[in-house]
Design a protein around this ligand. Sequence first.
Ligand SMILES: Nc1nc2c(ncn2[C@@H]2O[C@H](COP(=O)(O)OP(=O)(O)OP(=O)(O)O)[C@@H](O)[C@H]2O)c(=O)[nH]1
Length: 583
Amino acid sequence: MTSTFARVLYGVFLLLLVQCSELSAQETKSWMLQFQHADEIKSSDPQYLSELLSAASDSDVTMTEQEDYFLKYLIAYQQAFNGQWEAAIAKFRTLADDKRFPEINLRVQATLINAFILTHQYQEAFELAEPLMSSLELQQYHDSHDRVYRILALLYSKVGHYETAAALAQKSYQAQISPQSTCISGQLLTEALYHLNELGNSLDMAKGVIGKCQALGEQVFANLTISTLSNYYLDETLFDEAAQWLLESYDSAVSTDYHYLIHRYHYLLGKLFFSKEQPEKARRYLKASVVLAETDQFAGYEPLMHVYRLFADLSSMQRDFEQSIRYLQFYQAQLEAFYETMARRQLAEYLARTDMQLKKQTIALLNKDNELLYLQQEVLQKETQNARLLLGVFLLLLIILAICAYHGLMGRHRFKFMAENDELTGISNRYHFNKQAEKSLKQCQKQGLTAGVILFDLDHFKQINDQFGHATGDWVLQQVVQSCRNFMRIDDVFGRLGGEEFAILLPNCHADKALMLAEICRDSIEEIQTRQSGHEFLLTASFGVTSSDSSGYELKQLLSDADKAMYQAKQGGRNQVQFFSGA
Ligand SMILES: Nc1nc2c(ncn2[C@@H]2O[C@H](COP(=O)(O)OP(=O)(O)OP(=O)(O)O)[C@@H](O)[C@H]2O)c(=O)[nH]1
């Protein structure tokens, strides 16, 4: 039984994996070319593969990683071919996960799907096929896809998804990669179109496929296509056409030793003769079909189910109702087995598809999550940017405000300074001097302290202006203020009352001290080096001094008395200090 099963598997393998042998069998030293060649002819010439693998394992020549990968694939294939499915599938799986060499990887995946089909592991087959199909859909059709499309077409036809199977077979058929490829995919396409009830529109195509396969000597594919075409003719009650095709190719079909094909021929011939009401002939073919099926594991195969149904009809036609009931029971059992098989395969396909959809949805969901996170991050970044911008604007405003405030303050200060001080010399002007002096006098009066007042006026200042220019006059005024200032205390109030006239209020200062300071100032003015102005001239001033002891604490009075004393100094010949005598 095992050997028969292996033969069946070999047959199906042959069906699926007969390869294009376009590569010439020329001797080449490259492992890669030899491996490719062996891969092309491996199912039709297993001996060549076997010898090449021995040669490769004995060889000392180092292989590239790609050659090593290819070799492992061929070794796994040989194991599968010898019926060591478990070991072979394990190796194919490892190689399928290794994506370094995409084109060879596609061959590996196709072969692995094929191995799953042959070992009835449909869920595993679909788990591999679904993502593979989706990824191929996104790519442009390529030569290396051809084998994958054919295997996928076969897989989908096995679960009754003939539309998908037809579309996949069509891709390979239209690509016309090679005559062999067109023959194999044409057979798959014919089969799928038959189940879709569309073969009637593609009869020429089917006949073309038969011709192509026959020309190549591909008897298995030629006869499989003939059996499908004949089945169509039988359905359409075109018995002569069916008879012609079936009988003409019968010997060729039997010569393939491919049990599935022979079984199918016998069933179709039984159906033909049953329809032509030739029960004996029909019975003979159906019997041959059943004998073959009973020695093989054809349980759940659609044709066997139909064979029993035909047998039942045949028996009732011949009025052997007992036999008819027995065959109906067989038919029933096969029907159940068939639907169970189909249901199992469809469930496997459904599970793999939903699993992939779930994975796709999970990925889409994760992508959405990532998108959301990215958007959130962007929003956060924008918010941070806005906050920074706002902070920047706020800081800028603060700086502007601070600058404005500073300028305002400075402006006020400058304005106040300008309002209170003499622009040329920097000391208090008359207005500010009066204010400060009055304040100081009040303080002195309150504390019972004596206050002194000095008033002085430059001598013949007009002449300096007239003789040396106004700028020299200005220079003189500045030098005078500078030299007198050196001798004053911090509380002393110094002011320019106008023109070349100056006043000093000295709080807590008796008349002798005030006289002394006036004398020092007079002396220091006389000492000013006028040469520095660019001109040399005599510079002096006349001083009038008084104190609160003699003039009281009224500023007006103090200034008036000091002015009187200064007038005396002018009168007395200038460049001198006079104290207000009270007269
Ligand atoms: N360069 C300059 N001259 C000024 C300024 N203010 C007033 N003067 C001048 O000061 C001179 C004052 O002259 P006078 O009042 O005749 O007094 P004087 O020439 O000093 O004569 P006596 O006081 O009698 O010694 C005028 O010529 C004014 O134009 C000033 O800010 N700069």
